[in-house]
Ligand binder design. Structure first.
Ligand code: SF4
Ligand code: FES
Length: 250
């Protein structure tokens, strides 16, 4: 394994630069180092103005997502050694399809708006009295949605999804997977409301099941699978409403 590796890091300051450009840095290639360590090295040793997000350094906070050699990755979970044998520079860019605030930092306000549209919280038509205690679940009921609840909002699935690139209005994989997480929760009663909000071409029907989101997801959430389940649910609800127009309850 070589002692050093070259990083090509995207730089961009919208108020100063006409377009993004790349800076080359040779950094130590240690076997325990991830791409984030290399960025921290550059920031500490070479240029303190390099901007990027990170926090936990353990694949939990979801803030360190970037494009590494064209693929969306958590930089705290992507080892430099995976690229060392290629003998080429490792290119680090901001997440694809998001506006750039500076260098490797992207603007995620649009995602937050889409997430809100999916209503990823428990909704109930009526609450039982506190005296009756909590809403209990069996392990089987938990298993129904647990996988979809592992999302850390890292947005790698958005950077992987060609539909997000083509249609900026598409709600996108993580928000739809989180909507399905609550649809499948036995304590939730808001499934019909979510389906009404998300059953259009900007919602579940926008997904063409390319499956890149599931490939990119570092937490094995399987957003593509969640969206296909959601489509089946929406089709079932549509038929129920068609056959029983006087009303249904989810
Ligand atoms: S579904 Fe996976 S890739 Fe998408 S935001 Fe959640 S954890 Fe990240
Ligand atoms: S720094 Fe938190 S997920 Fe990478």
């Amino acid at each position: 394994m070589p002692d050093t590796i070259t990083l090509e890091v995207a730089r961009y300051s919208p108020e100063r630069d006409a377009a993004p450009y790349f800076e080359r840095h040779e950094v130590p290639c240690r076997k325990e180092w991830v791409v984030l360590d290399a960025l921290n090295y550059i920031k500490d040793q070479r240029d303190g103005s390099l901007s990027y997000r990170w926090s936990c350094r353990m694949g939990i906070c979801g803030s360190c997502g970037m494009m590494v050699n064209g693929e969306p990755k958590l930089t705290c979970a992507t080892f430099l050694t995976s690229y060392a044998q290629e003998g080429k520079p490792v290119r680090v860019e901001p997440l694809r399809y998001f506006p750039v605030v500076r260098d490797l930092v992207v603007e995620i306000t649009d995602f937050m708006r889409k997430l809100k549209k999916a209503k990823p919280w428990l909704m109930r038509r009526e609450e039982k009295p506190l005296a009756e205690g909590e809403y209990l679940q069996t392990p089987e009921q938990l298993d129904e949605f647990k996988q979809f609840s592992m999302c850390i909002n890292c947005l790698l699935c958005y950077a992987a999804c060609p539909v997000v690139g083509l249609d900026p209005l598409f709600v996108g994989p993580a928000a739809l997977a989180l909507a399905q997480r609550y649809n499948k929760d036995s304590r939730d009663q808001g499934g019909s409301e979510r389906t009404d909000l998300l059953s259009d071409h900007e919602g579940i029907w926008g997904c063409t099941f390319v499956g890149e989101c599931t490939q990119a997801c570092p937490k094995h959430v399987d957003p593509a699978g969640a969206i296909q389940q959601y489509k089946l649910r929406a089709a079932g609800e549509w038929f129920r409403k068609f056959l029983m127009p006087w009303g249904t309850r989810p």
